[in-house]
Design a protein around this ligand. Structure first.
Ligand SMILES: *[C@@H]1O[C@H](CO)[C@@H](O)[C@H](O)[C@H]1NC(C)=O
Ligand SMILES: *[C@@H]1O[C@H](CO)[C@@H](O)[C@H](O)[C@H]1NC(C)=O
Ligand SMILES: *[C@@H]1O[C@H](CO)[C@@H](O)[C@H](O)[C@H]1NC(C)=O
Ligand SMILES: *[C@@H]1O[C@H](CO)[C@@H](O)[C@H](O)[C@H]1NC(C)=O
Length: 475
């Protein structure tokens, strides 16, 4: 309860520090984000799929993504909190045993929800009796906190992760949309059905986790109006169609939309997002990775794994100097590895496997001091220099099934020559040799290197954890 009060406090802090630029990011970075922790097994990387058959016909064009209906332009500036609803002058209504009017108001919403749940294997709802909503031993899954600028308690958070609630009519409509005092709604691994209601009334909502449910329909565009949202987790549902490009104008720390049915060319404003963690994996995103990705200053991990991306990697990726995980495995990407990748000083897991990359593996990439896993298998690379061969020996670099003919486990000469007769070139080939961090990016001092090695040991990737449906963020 105390922590929630703190959350509410920090929320107003965020709204006040926002306009000052970068400071709020660092503040928000301090939110501990641990996914797949607790009793969950360590995240398993995607199983090795069968080698794809060569198919040179271009993929069918994705359906155009219509602009979302009447949305106001993104508002980065946040209004200071409004004064609380006051009933000054009016006689207070009888509370009938409720601790506060806000709790009395939300009570019928909770009771209506309770009726929809017909499967409750953990017997959570047995505790939902009486009017004492904030009692620690009652109403499990709910938490209260003092509502801003009042002395009244309000329903502040929903913590349904892993409850496995089910029911034929278990929908979010008339529940989520009616919880106008909540800051957190976490419902990983339940069986909510149907679409997501409009969340425009949820002024205080800053974490929405609907992952691993049975939600369908379009991407819930109303989240665009929840300007206080910093955490949006919609992975492992069957949302279809397009992600409105305006989502990337939100001030999110985390956007997890992997394992849905999203079909779309990646929008060019992708880099407008301020996120630390982004997962697009296991959808059907198409087209090239937009150059704007280089603008996501604080991006730490990004998973494009298993989509239908095409084109070449923009050299701007090399500007992501905070990134530790970059995964574009199992797509249709081509071209060279940009030399700018030599600037990814913190990179640990770099996966480019199962694409159509070719050329020489830049030595500058094999010199990256934090690398733990460089996966380039099932491509068409033709050369690996001494630094890269050293990494192969240390089992850090995987180059199986390429066209490096003096190494073992490579493609056949005829498979390679067939590819090179029809390989695609990149629109801006010169950019592939740009090195945005200067000529000697790896000339770090010894003790700095040691420090980085220490950091590398301490961290483990967050985003691979979300490829496991039950992986949740611990608080
Ligand atoms: C964000 O939250 C604050 C409370 O901290 C609230 O006053 C404000 O209206 C919210 N902003 C929006 C756009 O809903
Ligand atoms: C509400 O609280 C904020 C600080 O959190 C303060 O700036 C604002 O003046 C308060 N509003 C009212 C009406 O008390
Ligand atoms: C790749 O994504 C598709 C959905 O687009 C999914 O059906 C398939 O299982 C995924 N493959 C792997 C290896 O995860
Ligand atoms: C390295 O990364 C690849 C691709 O993500 C993965 O398949 C492989 O298991 C990883 N190897 C190690 C040793 O972690």
């Amino acid at each position: 309860m105390a922590s929630l009060l703190l959350l509410l406090l920090s929320l107003s802090l965020v709204s006040f520090t926002l306009p000052t630029g970068d400071t709020h990011i660092t503040k928000r970075k301090s939110f501990e984000i641990i996914i797949g922790g607790g009793g969950n097994p360590p995240p398993s990387p995607s199983p090795e799929p069968e080698p794809e058959p060569e198919d040179c016909s271009p993929p069918p064009p994705p359906p155009p993504c219509p602009p979302p209906p009447q949305l106001p332009p993104p508002q980065r500036q946040r209004a200071p909190p409004k004064p609380p609803p006051k009933s000054r002058g009016q006689p207070p209504l009888p509370l009938l045993g409720f601790e506060s009017p806000l709790l009395k108001k939300v009570f019928p919403v909770l009771k209506a929800f309770q009726k929809l749940v017909t499967r409750d294997p953990m017997h959570i709802l047995k505790t939902w009796e009486g009017t004492d909503i904030c009692n620690k031993y009652k109403y499990l899954g709910l938490e209260c906190a003092i509502f801003p600028n009042t002395t009244d308690k309000a329903l502040a958070s929903i913590q349904f992760n892993g409850f496995n609630f089910g029911g034929d009519k278990l929908v979010l409509h008339n529940f989520l949309d009616k919880l106008d005092t909540v800051t957190i709604f976490h419902a990983n691994s339940n069986d909510f059905l149907g679409s997501v209601p409009e969340v425009t009334n949820l002024k205080y909502l800053f974490e929405l986790d609907l992952s691993n449910n049975k939600l369908t329909g379009d991407f819930p565009a109303s989240v665009l109006k929840a300007k206080n949202l910093t955490f949006l987790d919609l992975r492992f549902n069957t949302f279809s169609g397009c992600v409105p490009p305006q989502v990337f104008n939100l001030d999110l720390d985390v956007l997890f939309i992997n394992n849905n049915n999203l079909v779309q060319t990646l929008p060019s404003n992708l880099g407008s997002i301020t996120a630390l963690y982004l997962t697009f994996a296991n959808n059907r995103f198409t087209g090239p990775i937009p150059a704007s990705i280089g603008n996501i200053k604080f991006l730490q991990e990004v998973l494009f794994l298993n989509n239908s991306l095409t084109g070449c990697l923009p050299y701007q990726i090399g500007k992501l100097n905070q990134a530790t995980v970059f995964d574009v495995g199992f797509n249709q990407l081509t071209g060279l590895i940009p030399y700018s990748f030599g600037c990814l000083a913190k990179m640990e897991q770099l996966n480019l496997a199962r694409n159509k990359f070719y050329g020489t593996i830049p030595e500058i990439v094999c010199e990256l001091s934090s690398l733990k896993n460089l996966s380039l298998s099932y491509n068409y690379f033709t050369q690996a220099g001494p630094k890269c061969r050293e990494l192969i020996k240390r089992n850090i670099l995987d180059v199986r099934m390429n066209c490096i003919l003096d190494l073992p486990n490579q493609k056949t000469a005829s498979e390679c020559s067939t590819f090179f007769m029809q390989r695609q070139t990149c629109p801006d080939p010169k950019s592939m040799y740009l090195i945005p961090c200067g000529k000697n990016p790896n000339g770090v001092k010894l003790d700095q290197e040691r420090l980085e090695a220490k950091e590398a040991q301490a961290s483990s990737p967050v985003s691979y954890g979300v490829l496991n449906p039950d992986g949740v963020r611990n608080r």
